[in-house]
Design a protein around this ligand. Sequence first.
Ligand code: NAD
Length: 295
Amino acid sequence: MMHIINGKEVAQSTLLKLETMIRCIEASLYRAPKLHVYRVGEHPASMIYTQNKLNTGRKIGMDVEIIALPEEITEDALMHLIKKDNNDPKVDGLIVQLPLPDQLDAYRITNAIVSHKDVDGLTDGNLGGLVSQSSLLKPCTPLGILELLKSIHCPLRGLDALVIGKSCIVGKPLALSLMSCGCTVTVAHKATKQLKEKVQASDLVVSAIGNPNVIQPQWFKKHAIVIDVGINRLDHGAIVGDVDYQQCKQAGFVTPVPGGVGPMTVAMLIKNTVLACCHQHDLMDLYYEHFGEAL
Ligand code: NAD
């Protein structure tokens, strides 16, 4: 029997814990943890994503500010603002919403953020630290996926996992994290041969392709865990994942789109900001008290 993993519910219970923690931090620092979200221009998806981060954070008492910048801002001007925040003890975390306009180099800008405030976990320092399991702040979507897997109480050690997609924000960091959890990991991508056979052989499949026509629901093996990261807008406006989750009859667990990985990604951004704040202000005991190890 197939179970749907409710990402909204798991995210909500994480946010409730974070709300309590934010109150404890306020009692110590006389201020809430502060997140700066840089948005350049008015890219329609970026407007929605940044507003969602602001609303989710503020709802549980976090101090979130969107820094809205003009489309034509220069790299030097943006770097200057980031460096100012890097040195401001009252800003605990900052992110730059992607994509950026052409005159801005997303790689250079992301890496201008000091690693202990990089709450998206995308600087070279934090991504590289995944190899040695030493990074404090990890990318939000892989973190959210690990939390979803924890919520179904399935031991990961020994599972054959297939990660489809090899981007720096999802596929690569997730593959490293699953490896650290004891999975035997295969990473598939555009040039991968015999994808169907690889899906059929896997206990855990994570799809981060961004195309609803690649994976067929009948490919999954009996009791497989299927995590769908894809967000695809169809011609008539509906949002769907990479996989038609209602047709995954053989699977054991599947995530829906919307309502699966998406809400977890935002919750993990808030959690990373709380973690960054605790780390910078000598409050790690408080963090461990609420969340155990910093994943
Ligand atoms: P990306 O474009 O950087 O990567 C897509 C990957 O899919 C590439 O590695 C590519 O090789 C692979 N791919 C493409 N066609 C394939 C095929 N036919 N067979 C096998 N692999 C194929 O994208 P991304 O930034 O990693 O995002 C992937 C999807 O996840 C998008 O739909 C994006 O919107 C979504 N996303 C969702 C969240 C969330 O929170 N839910 C977060 C990040 C990304």
